[in-house]
Design a binder for this molecule. Structure first.
Ligand code: AMP
Length: 138
């Protein structure tokens, strides 16, 4: 079964379109975390950034950059969060790669705060960990 973003791309479900070209579609998020919260996605289905071909990924990120710039220049945002969730465990709810572009306003309502918990690094071997990841890069 098609995911909801494939259905939007195919015109089966309406959306508030922000940008479109041959490879990329950007729409307003149905739940506006802040005013102007936009989703940028490839038209060709892929599940997340991790499985997105590099040439398409570059196009999606270039559009996300331009939309972030527009949110600053047109909406008066003072900052922008650009983020993508990869996999259910990371909070991805729609299994079609998309990048959130979320404008942030001075004293504005809404938004979110990223809180990162710190692990006890004394129990980790950081050089080995770095080498492990490094050797896994294809
Ligand atoms: P994520 O949790 O990163 O997968 O983000 C999915 C986003 O898609 C959420 O912020 C939803 O509000 C948004 N969303 C779900 N359905 C629609 C829709 N029909 N149109 C626009 N945005 C949607």
């Amino acid at each position: 079964m098609k995911d909801i973003f494939c259905r939007i791309i195919d015109g089966e479900i309406p959306c508030n379109k922000v940008y479109e070209d041959d490879d990329v579609l950007a729409i307003l998020d149905i739940s506006q975390t802040t005013k102007g919260h936009t989703l940028v996605m490839p038209k060709h289905h892929c599940e997340s950034l991790l499985s997105c071909p590099a040439d398409i990924l570059n196009k999606v990120m270039a559009v996300a950059q331009r939309i972030g710039q527009a949110e600053v220049s047109v909406l008066g945002a003072k900052g922008v969060n650009i983020l993508t969730n990869c996999g259910e465990m990371a909070g991805q709810t729609v299994p079609h790669f998309h990048v959130h572009v979320i404008p942030r306003y001075l004293g504005g309502e809404g938004g979110f705060r990223l809180t990162m918990t710190e692990q006890d690094t004394s129990k980790m071997n950081l050089p080995v960990l770095a080498k492990q990841i490094s050797e896994g890069i294809k």
